[in-house]
Design a protein around this ligand. Structure first.
Ligand code: URA
Length: 236
């Protein structure tokens, strides 16, 4: 690929500024100063800008611990979006949320600029399980566990088998883990309504084999490593 494309994929500078700094001699390829923005290079070449090595990175993947009060969108005229939580260094990447958590849902939201990866993990055909912690009204028991497991008719669609695991009872409510492999609009809330309950609190805690990093406070992000990204596609 062209040298200026390599650097612009890595968001080093705007494409226009890149041409300028390359011509000024700020860029080296494998230790040799390179003044041609169109020079053909490969991802494995060592490129430096002002002596700083630039690792080729076109796509990035962020784990966000989404707080309540933000919508899973890239822009909105009325409500705050999850992108408003990001530091400036990430804004150049044109990230978007891979999937949607409701405004009042917390937890693991993946932000990326890799459309193919987002499509892959969201496709119902890929069956990437998503696990949520929820506090729900009423006492859940064996009956609800089997209804979730059998799949339920929500009117516009029938859910795939889901796992309901009871953690404990707090007064009149139940803390549970729910795992689904699809992500229809308000799916978990609708599933609990179907069994006569309602969701009081909802937090996504894992996608595939990758669990929300519990050192992330609500609103914080961390960049995922290649190993972590691959875990999302693996089931536990
Ligand atoms: N199911 C819901 O009802 N809400 C979410 O935010 C995610 C799954």
């Amino acid at each position: 690929m062209r040298l200026d494309k390599f650097l612009s994929d890595c968001k080093v500078e705007s494409r226009k500024n890149l041409k300028k700094i390359i011509k000024q001699g700020a860029v080296s390829v494998n230790g040799v100063c390179e003044k041609d923005p169109g020079k053909n290079i490969s991802e494995s070449d060592t490129v430096t800008v002002y002596d700083q090595v630039i690792e080729y990175e076109k796509y990035i993947y962020l784990m966000l611990n989404k707080p309540q009060g933000y919508i899973s969108a890239t822009d909105d005229p009325r409500q705050r979006t999850v992108l408003e939580l990001l530091e400036e260094e990430y804004l150049l990447y044109e990230l978007f949320p891979a999937g949607r958590l409701d405004i009042d849902t917390e937890g693991f939201l993946l932000l990326t600029n890799d459309g193919k990866f987002a499509h892959d993990i969201l496709s119902p055909k890929k069956h990437v399980p998503k696990t949520y912690f929820a506090t729900v009204e009423g006492h859940m028991g064996e009956k609800e566990i089997s209804v979730f497991n059998e799949g339920m008719d929500l009117g516009d669609f029938v859910t795939k088998p889901a796992t309901l695991e009871i953690i404990d009872f707090i007064g009149e409510n139940t803390n549970v883990y729910v795992t689904i492999s699809e992500g229809k609009f308000h799916q978990i809330k609708r599933m609990f309504e179907k069994v006569g309950s309602s969701v009081l609190y909802l937090k996504r805690i894992s996608m595939g084999g990758l669990t929300l990093d519990d050192s992330l406070s609500p609103g914080e992000v961390k960049k995922l490593t290649k190993e972590e990204i691959n875990l999302i596609k693996e089931t536990k």
